[in-house]
Design a protein around this ligand. Structure first.
Ligand SMILES: C[S@@+](CC[C@H](N)C(=O)[O-])C[C@H]1O[C@@H](n2cnc3c(N)ncnc32)[C@H](O)[C@@H]1O
Length: 281
């Protein structure tokens, strides 16, 4: 898939803060699917899970009820600092490190997760490291989500919301996505988990409830938005006019509620790729 590690697009402190505040969290069923695959052949106690490309910790926290110890690993120190500032779970720690040199000893990890992150790694080096560090029958779970779109109970309003949203996603920010974003748009369909036993699950949906301002905050977490405002600082407030447009579109859903307070569903497809390590110590 990728020949080198990706560009470092998650290094700004302001980006890490937005990430922590506005990125949607994964439904519990993602972890349930992963655990049920792991436990088919790997017996408890589950000692160690490592979440690689953990960002500000959204994907790491949900592992803590199931493992004695969870470590979130990210190449970006600002993301790690943001995750640490929010951390309350006693069995969860964060540290800086890379997917291509996983800082754990051979056959010491029960589960490695990569949420919305593998497309940034050098996948060949990562998988080599995963089979070195995973226990026999330990698993890797690579998952993420495609485009999240707003849903409202009026077809015409929904179409207008989608058009406005896709104008930002494709027309304005489209040229500023890194080429690796293609894998996310393609729901990782071209990505393999090169373990003898592997499977794919597309049955879970990402679901969040947002206001227009939450959605604008979420758009600001996109790496393409960050790239765009770095290239065109004079256009850094371009989302204001789209915010206004979204408010105008959504208002008829509930004419007596201030448009800023109207909340709506946001949904996107989730993909989960699972692999089991057959390498024995
Ligand atoms: C899109 S974020 C995903 C964050 C979080 N897992 C989530 O699901 O929201 C991708 C993260 O991968 C990290 N990353 C990129 N390349 C990496 C590498 N080679 N090793 C470890 N982390 C990496 C980035 O710093 C960033 O925090």
């Amino acid at each position: 898939m990728t020949s080198g590690a990706g560009p470092r697009l998650f290094e700004a402190a302001s980006h890490a803060k937005l990430y922590s505040k506005f990125r949607p969290t994964y439904p519990k069923s993602v972890i349930q699917k992963i655990l049920s695959f792991l436990l088919e052949k790997h017996s408890a106690p589950l000692e160690l899970a490592v979440d690689i490309g953990c960002g500000s910790g959204q994907s790491s926290r949900s592992l803590t009820p199931h493992f004695k110890q969870v470590v979130g690993l990210d190449v970006s120190q600002v993301q790690i600092s943001q995750a640490q500032s929010k951390s309350v779970e006693e069995n969860l720690t964060y540290r800086q490190g890379s997917a291509e040199e996983i800082p754990f000893s051979d056959h010491s990890i029960d589960l490695i997760t990569c949420a919305q992150s593998l497309h940034w790694f050098n996948a060949d080096k990562f998988y080599k490291e995963a089979s070195r560090t995973l226990k026999h029958q330990g698993c890797v779970a690579v998952y993420g989500y495609g485009v999240n779109l707003p849903y409202v109970p009026d077809e015409g309003i929904q179409t207008s919301m989608h058009q406005e949203y896709l104008k930002i996603y494709k027309d304005i920010l489209g040229p500023h996505w890194d080429k690796r974003r293609y894998h996310v748009d393609n729901l990782y369909c071209n990505i393999q988990v090169p373990f003898r036993e592997s499977k794919r699950d597309d049955s879970v949906v990402m679901e969040a409830v947002m206001s227009v301002d939450d959605m604008i905050g979420y758009i600001k977490t996109w790496s393409s938005y960050q790239t765009y405002i770095r290239m065109f600082p004079e256009k850094s407030d371009f989302l204001l006019k789209h915010r206004q447009k979204f408010l105008e579109i959504i208002q008829p859903i509930s004419p007596s509620t201030p448009a800023e307070e109207i909340r709506f569903d946001v949904r996107g497809p989730i993909f989960i790729l699972l692999g089991r390590n057959s390498v024995r110590p």
